[in-house]
Design a protein around this ligand. Structure first.
Ligand SMILES: C[S@@+](CC[C@H](N)C(=O)[O-])C[C@H]1O[C@@H](n2cnc3c(N)ncnc32)[C@H](O)[C@@H]1O
Length: 250
């Protein structure tokens, strides 16, 4: 199996088992962050919205309320949550909101199909981000927007210290991108940067020896980049910047 497919398989197995778990949902739920994203989008109207890596539809369901005339689709590799989301749509009789499984690599939409793409806390799982951004460009109408919300690698973290920690989880983490890398990626693929608001997040890792070993191998200078601490054997990332960035297709 090629590496892309293996990574998707790993992410799919992991997310199929955790997305529906209340503890995990509690970790990625952040109502203040959700309001900020909805506010960032409320200046325009949209006809067709795509949420990539939608998970429980944490963003897609409120978007359906905020834009009742838009057609909204959430896609994900984890089929169990997609099925559950579609059942909720049916039960609550929500107009024009649907969820689809996809292979994690190819967006199943025709050219210039959507006018807004959103993706929250998922971009770091995308296998080939150049291909992903080129596909976003392909399926967006001219002037269409992408709102990408994802933790960012500190510009001084040249060795990807944060990614070493994140990969222990084996959930298909590829890498976090720095703000400059994101700009370069989108701008070189036909987008302009419209706006960026930085928020931040903190989270613990599970109590595992692998995290403690990594912590012990990390220098104090590196620890300071994300304020990495050891609280009685639980390793915490106390501060990571989250970029909430809007790029517009030229
Ligand atoms: C941290 S969750 C975020 C879910 C949701 N966007 C939210 O904000 O609650 C990451 C999501 O990305 C999905 N994912 C993992 N690999 C992916 C890929 N290659 N392409 C698209 N989504 C992927 C996972 O299944 C999961 O639903």
């Amino acid at each position: 199996m090629n590496t892309d497919l293996e990574n998707v398989k790993q992410a799919k197995e992991s997310f199929n088992s955790i997305l529906d778990n209340k503890k995990y949902a509690g970790i990625i739920k952040d109502d203040k962050h959700l309001s900020l994203l909805l506010d960032l989008l409320n200046k325009s109207q949209y006809n067709k919205i795509l949420d990539i890596g939608t998970g429980t539809g944490y963003l897609a369901f409120p978007l359906a309320e905020q834009f009742p005339t838009a057609s909204i689709c959430g896609i994900d590799i984890a089929e169990i949550i997609v099925e559950k989301n579609n059942a909720t749509v049916k039960e609550k009789v929500i107009h024009d909101l649907s969820f689809e499984v996809f292979d994690g690599l190819t967006y199943p939409f025709s050219n210039e199909y959507v006018d807004l793409i959103v993706t929250r806390y998922a971009f770091h799982h995308f296998q080939d981000v150049v291909n992903a951004v080129q596909q976003m460009n392909r399926i967006l109408v001219k002037g269409g927007k992408v709102l990408i919300s994802d933790p960012m690698r500190n510009e001084k973290d040249n060795d990807g210290i944060i990614d070493n920690f994140m990969r222990v989880k084996k959930d298909g983490h590829i890498q976090f991108y720095s703000s400059n890398e994101l700009d370069e990626l989108f701008i070189s693929n036909g987008f302009t940067k419209e706006k960026q608001i930085i928020t931040n997040m903190k989270f613990p890792f599970a109590k595992q020896v692998e995290y403690i070993n990594l912590y012990d191998q990390t220098t104090d200078k590196e620890k300071l980049l994300y304020d990495i601490t050891n609280d009685n054997g639980i390793i915490w990332i106390e501060h990571i910047d989250v970029g909430n960035t809007i790029f517009t297709k030229q």
